[in-house]
Design a protein around this ligand. Structure first.
Ligand code: ZN
Length: 324
């Protein structure tokens, strides 16, 4: 099958979550019933695969595109060490608090087979007034202090809570204790991994009525105790036509861009571009076609597409694989 590269749009895989809601309907998606917490918009993972919505691959899974087009479309480093697409992009509706959690890095010896670590970042699309996020430990909290606090039922006293406003961004390297809290809608860009260690779940029942499993020992093993939770910033300074860097990790580099009119861009053979449309509307154009885009759309622009342009009035996040 010889398909010319084109920017792909997606039909997400939706996930029911005890903390989810209905806010993802604002993007025009038809949600399954129940509290929907996650839309896996660009996903190639055993626990969720997103479907292509447009063009020659419409109706196919991202896994089939990988098998057909491989590194030509994804770039020379575009297949992760698990043999799949290297990143996972989600939109999350946090109608209630998420569990307090931490993710391991690639080197953790108790990772499930075939899994990798998880470094992630959030961009706050919307937030209720007063919303906050749990981001790192308070100063002076080491493993012994955290263990004691868990034993004594006062873990919340050891965690840093910071305000979350629309446009804020948080970088969460593996090892950072974190929790999204009620009232935020976020875009999440992460390593293609689904490994989470839960430290605390507010003593609440899960979707099946039973408390969700905690993973205290694994959590204590993988937490980066010193200096975590230091990369939270506002992104109000983004100017039209200039990329503002939000996070530079070994796995992805994510920037924010404000589109006002036409903005000419190009992919290079070493990486795809992932675009998340945060607000506004417009179009993506390339040599052979054009596609309208609205808030909530995520695009995967193949590495071998080359020149393309965004047009309209919108805010986008662009993620690429790092150069080095
Ligand atoms: Zn997480």
């Amino acid at each position: 099958m010889n398909v010319k590269p084109y920017p792909m749009k997606f039909v997400p895989a939706f996930k029911e979550r005890v903390w989810g809601g209905r806010a993802l309907e604002r993007f025009g998606w038809r949600l399954p019933e129940g509290p929907i917490g996650e839309a896996w918009v660009i996903a190639d993972h055993p626990n969720g695969v997103s479907q292509i919505a447009n063009g020659a691959f419409a109706g196919k899974g991202l896994d089939e595109v990988r098998e057909t087009c491989g590194t030509a479309w994804f770039g020379e480093k575009g297949i992760g060490r698990n043999g799949r697409f290297p990143l996972l992009v989600k939109l999350l509706d946090c109608n209630d608090d998420l569990s307090v959690q931490v993710h391991p890095d690639d080197g953790y010896e108790r990772l499930p087979p075939g899994e990798q670590g998880k470094t992630e970042m959030w961009y706050v699309l919307d937030a209720r007034p007063g919303a906050k996020i749990i981001y790192g430990l308070k100063p002076g909290i080491g493993r012994a202090e955290l263990e004691a606090a868990i034993r004594e039922g006062r873990i919340m006293d050891t965690l840093r809570a910071v305000p979350a406003r629309p446009g804020d961004t948080f970088y969460i390297p593996a090892g950072t204790v974190h929790a999204l809290c009620a009232g935020v809608l976020v875009a999440e860009i992460q390593q293609n991994s689904d490994t989470t260690y839960r430290l605390y779940d507010y003593d609440r029942p899960g979707l099946d009525g039973k408390p969700r499993e905690l993973h205290i020992e694994d959590s204590l093993n993988v937490i980066a105790y010193a200096g975590s939770g230091a990369a939270h910033k506002s992104t109000d300074g983004a100017r039209p036509g200039e990329w503002l860097e939000l996070a530079a990790s070994p796995y992805f580099v994510t920037c924010k861009g404000v589109v006002q009119g036409e903005w000419r861009l190009a992919t290079t053979p070493d990486s795809f571009d992932i675009l998340v449309v945060c607000n506004g509307e417009g179009a993506v154009r390339w040599a052979d076609g054009a596609e309208p885009v609205i808030a909530g759309d995520c695009l995967l622009v193949p590495a071998n597409l080359g020149e393309y342009a965004l047009d309209g009035h919108m805010t986008v996040l662009r993620s690429r694989l790092p150069d080095a």
